[in-house]
Design a protein around this ligand. Structure first.
Ligand code: ADP
Ligand code: MG
Length: 377
């Protein structure tokens, strides 16, 4: 028998999944590896079609991988030779469509997994556990309603209660908020995260929404074309994107062409020549002096000056456009290397034609990242 090697809740290694096409195959997941620690909230973030749902379905046991290995709580549930069926994986899942049963009441929906589960649960236990699950999502007073007579947010909570009623070891959520309007989505985001924390349940969350991933996750894996292209904490992903794709997908970013001129002060940092200025930025491993890279700058990570601040990390430019938004002001500033969008507090007064200096300062929490190597604009 295999011994649990680590305390990780889930380990996915080199996962591959091919779908048959009319002619040949489509590789939906092309070698994905990640590990989720016990109790963590972990997100797969990426555009539509990048392989998020397929990865989740492999973890749930709804798809059989064509390669790799899935280890759940130290037990291998899928590898080259074997696959444990979904109902034996101790997983709760919420689908994008909720998939609640319309012909059942709220209480019947939540009780269903206990009724059909492989372990026999007594009637008294079913009543108690369904009651607990409904209380968790604040649906206790709706127990006897037909499921179809719930609002979108309530159906979402019902799907969550049904996924949690067996107290699974792992919760899988596939774009659970995408069918809700913006306001409700904001609220459910906080509700799901509070619930996840209070239960301490390890959660794998799939989304194409960067705000969801950034605000809820302990760690994020950004996916593109069936691969994880960057993995880290929300702050790492946002502040140190290692590619133009990630910088662009996870929040707004400016891109300026740059050339690496020499080593910077800290580890992983280099001096970049950017137009007529020099900027110190963090760079991906392997970047050396002379390389052409793309500097990415977050619009809110810029300090604004109306006279030259006389220090490093400054780009001189001219205001091309100023849009007053009430709580902020959006500027477009032309610098020697290109154009930079900047977001400033609205107290700052400036207008088109002003000569300005943009200071990029790690201390402001907006460390400029060189998302190299350079790609043609
Ligand atoms: P995501 O959830 O990130 O939007 P999916 O995992 O659903 O992406 O899909 C990944 C790729 O696999 C897409 O190109 C999609 O069209 C394809 N795909 C998904 N499911 C199937 C299927 N059952 N048969 C064939 N191709 C599929
Ligand atoms: Mg999907």
């Amino acid at each position: 028998m295999e011994q649990p090697a680590t305390r990780s809740a889930l380990e996915v290694s080199d996962l591959v999944k091919d779908y048959p096409l009319a002619k040949g195959w489509h590789r939906a997941v092309a070698g994905v590896s990640f590990t989720i620690e016990e109790g963590h909230f972990y997100s797969l973030l990426g555009p539509s079609g990048c392989g998020k749902t397929t990865t989740l379905r492999c973890v749930a046991g709804l798809e059989r991988p064509d390669g790799g290995r899935i280890v759940l709580g130290g037990v291998t549930v899928a590898d080259a030779g074997s696959s444990v069926p979904p109902e034996k994986r101790d997983i709760g899942m919420v689908f994008q469509s909720y998939a609640i049963w319309p012909h059942m009441t709220v209480i019947e929906n939540v009780a269903f997994p206990l009724r059909v589960g492989s372990t026999k649960v007594s009637r008294a236990d079913i009543t108690r556990r369904v009651g607990d699950a409904l209380d968790l999502v604040q649906l206790g007073s709706y127990a006897s309603r037909p499921a179809t007579q719930l609002s979108g947010g309530q159906q979402q909570r019902l799907a969550l209660a049904r996924a949690l009623v067996r107290r699974p070891r792992l919760l899988l959520l596939d774009e659970p908020l995408s069918n809700l309007d913006a306001k409700l989505r904001d609220r459910m985001r906080a509700e799901i995260r509070d619930l996840q924390r209070s239960l301490g349940i390890t959660t794998l969350y799939v989304t194409h929404d960067q705000v969801e991933a950034l605000s809820m996750s302990n760690r994020i894996a950004v996916m593109e074309d069936g691969l994880i292209v960057q993995e880290g904490t929300p702050r790492e992903i946002y502040s140190h994107p290692t590619s133009r794709f990630v910088a662009n997908f996870v929040g707004a970013a400016n891109f300026l062409p740059a050339t690496v001129s020499g080593p910077g002060a800290g580890a992983g940092r280099m001096l970049l020549r950017v137009g007529d200025g020099t900027i110190e930025a963090s760079v991906p491993a392997g970047v050396v002096a002379g390389d052409a890279v793309t500097l990415s700058i977050r619009p809110e990570a810029v300090r604004f000056h109306t006279s030259a601040p006389g220090g490093p990390n400054v780009l001189a430019g001219e205001v091309e456009q100023a849009l007053f938004l009430g709580d902020a002001i959006d500027l477009r500033v032309t610098v020697a290397a290109g154009s930079v969008a900047v977001r400033l507090p609205s107290a700052i007064e400036t207008s088109r034609g002003d000569r300005v200096w943009l200071e990029l300062d790690a201390a402001e929490g907006g460390d400029p990242s060189a998302a190299g190597p350079a790609s043609p604009a």
